[in-house]
Ligand binder design. Sequence first.
Ligand code: ARG
Ligand code: ZN
Length: 886
Amino acid sequence: PTISRHDYQPYPYQIEKVRLEFDLAAEQTLVRLAFRASSRDGQIRPLVLDGEDIELLEVSINGVALTAQDYQLDEQGLTLSPQTAEFDLVLVSRCRPQDNTMLMGLYVSGKNLFTQCEAQGFRRITFFPDRPDIMSRYEVVLRGDAKLYPYLLSNGNLLESTTLDDGRTQAIWEDPFPKPSYLFALVAGDFDVREREIKKANGQPALLQVYCDRGDGDKTEWAMECLEHSVRWDEQRFGLELDLDRFMIVAARDFNMGAMENKGLNIFNAAYVLADAQSTTDASFHAVEAVIGHEYFHNWTGNRVTCRDWFQLSLKEGLTVFRDQEFSADMLAQGLDGAQAASARAVKRIDDVSVLRAAQFPEDAGPMAHPIRPESYQEISNFYTATIYEKGAEVIRMQHTLLGEENFQAGIREYFKRHDGQAVTCDDFVDSMDSVYRQAKPGQSLEQFRRWYQQAGTPRVQVSLQHDPAAQTATLTLRQSNAPAGIENKSTPKPPLHIPFALGMLDQQGTPLTLHLDGQQGDTLVLDFTETEQSWTFTQIPEAPVLSLLRNFSAPVRVDYYRPDSELALLARHDTDPFARWEAAQLLATRLILSSASGRTPSAAQLATVVQTWHALVQDPALSPAYKARILSLPSERELLEQTKPMTPRTVVQARRQLQRELGLALTPYWQELYQYLSLEQAPYSPDALQAGQRSLRNLALNYLLVAGVNTGPQLARNQYDQATNMTDRMGALSALVNYGDEEDRQDGLDDFFQRWQDNPLVLDRWFSLQATAPSTQVAQVRALMLHPAFSMRNPNRARSLIFQFCMNNMQAVHTPEGYAFWAEQVIALDKLNPEISARLARVFDNWARFEPEARDQLKAALERIQAEPGLSGNVAEIVHKALTL
Ligand code: ARG
Ligand code: ZN
């Protein structure tokens, strides 16, 4: 069934307080729920409670037990017919955590019990109006076996913990803040705990705790560090304080997503908590920082102010991603200033934009395209998407750009002043920002800007430039369009968007120009681009300028501008905006790769321009190692593929590899020199920006040497592997050997790695991923790996590491008839265990129609095979249906 945004109806009852009692056990858990419901308008209406996959044992109203004639019970839930407008309800039900392979609701991971309630997991725990606009205060009583569950945790404050007569432990928790059911959590189990006492900005103490499996306690120091940094950052940058005395993070081995912001009790995928130098790469250290920040920041943007309904999901997710991106950028730029700080922040911006382009642009170009505030959905768990999260963050970032930091913060204060403790809409957020914007810019408003919440699709901006030497003016003309996307109605007009378009100019020697425009002046100007076609005339420009477009990626659009490679080369060397500079280098490489992928042999001059640019950049002493590693890397296969029409994965992979080889060969002495220089004695390991940058640049140099077949390469990689004292070095060497080495190096490396790390599941995930994505791996090897004793479909991280990695990132092998058959088979197999995860796998080829004809036919047949499977989940059915209808 399709649910539409416009069908929202308030719930007729209010539920102020909820009391929950749990008799916990893996096999079966008894849940006793008690609340008083009061009709909002005094009328007596049916009470509709959601409930899924749970057994109703008893229900009473005002102390009177009901019998089966008194209620309706079906697959979706329970409907009661109260006799008064206010009444007390008590309900006892049973669930079976052990059989819960979906990992929504109450489930078992290892020997411990965890919950995941967002979006609709609470209804798998008890019968309840499981929707975000029902906000209640919770009191929770947990009882369980003292040996199995020495820790019994829930939201808020621990009121008491006692031993019962029967030997079990009982803990009582109270959450002082009203919350929706999706933020409820409980955890029962045995853990290692790390604690830290901090003082909040208001002087009050708070206890921070990080829980993980026994034996992993030495790997939570970084998580604790990140948590404290998050608390400090939110105090300092946003003026938002921790509102609890106690804040807990718990790591779970089995988890569908990254993590969950349950009030005071965040539950995490262990991959985003555990970190130490030996077993964790720099990239993972930074991912831990980002996710811990993200969940912590939700405490205000998500929990104190939450969503009225799930169409508003981006209200909390877009805003919170924006906040975690800024947090990470501020951490990278800490202690730096001026151009160095800008370059450090640009590294984060580059990584975020790469994610947007690799994940969100394709989504906007496929059958699941939706506005950041969707108009309809069938299965809400299919809408935790790159659009809601990453494009949502871009839409918040544009508001930040339009308002500036100070006014944006004023808008945030206004938002909390108006809505603290409420469940609200995206419009409410923009209203708050708009009230500040209107004051700051009389005569202007965010009215047009709101269209970003209504339109799906990636807008295109066409650029043209007219220079008048006599008048010394340059006239820039921008044209915007946003074609219908996904299931959007082709006839619905898409009026122009309000696009903040940041722009700079250089002269033909690469010297930055000061822009003059109607009394404004600066190196970078942000144009308010609001019409379909619009022009701006800049003065005091004697010669034709070189445009630096969409600086810092000021809007989530594609830019079309025809210009010679020589201009891109100039920007790649001289642009003062580090993002636009990186972009110019990427575009230069992209043009070459895409032209050879389409069968045209690039000219010698074209190749020479790329090589000379890389040559200049590799030697540039002003670039930080982290930035250098990004600018010298080639665009990802995924981003490149996205730009071919029809999509031709295998030729894209080959063409990219070809340019890698050329650059490896043409610049061999430089890669060698860089490699040697970066191999000098290191300070003790730290994931900081400088060290991490050096390691990634060194790994990049190593890769260029191996891919080019330079004969010293394999020995360098073997040595690096053997001598590594951290996972970034070890993994960098191993992946170079596995991807570009010979059969013997590959096998030796993989065997040794397995021997060293077989007891660490997170590292073992990498061992699977590496093989899943290696160019030498075919479907048969993946099938063999699935039979490995360490493989399990039930653990999402493991399934992702092998099956998803193969289907998404081994383009050579998956784009074959066997590859497609394997994909369809795994979607069907996973669907029986975990529909949410299966639907994500189904999405890998929802864009089938954009591939070259042969692939298209085969993929369509594979989708039809999935669709024909009896008992398909609603999750997968929605994806397959949309994919096949378009
Ligand atoms: N709110 C969580 C986060 O952004 C994600 C929860 C996703 N839940 C789900 N069932 N997909 O961190
Ligand atoms: Zn989130």
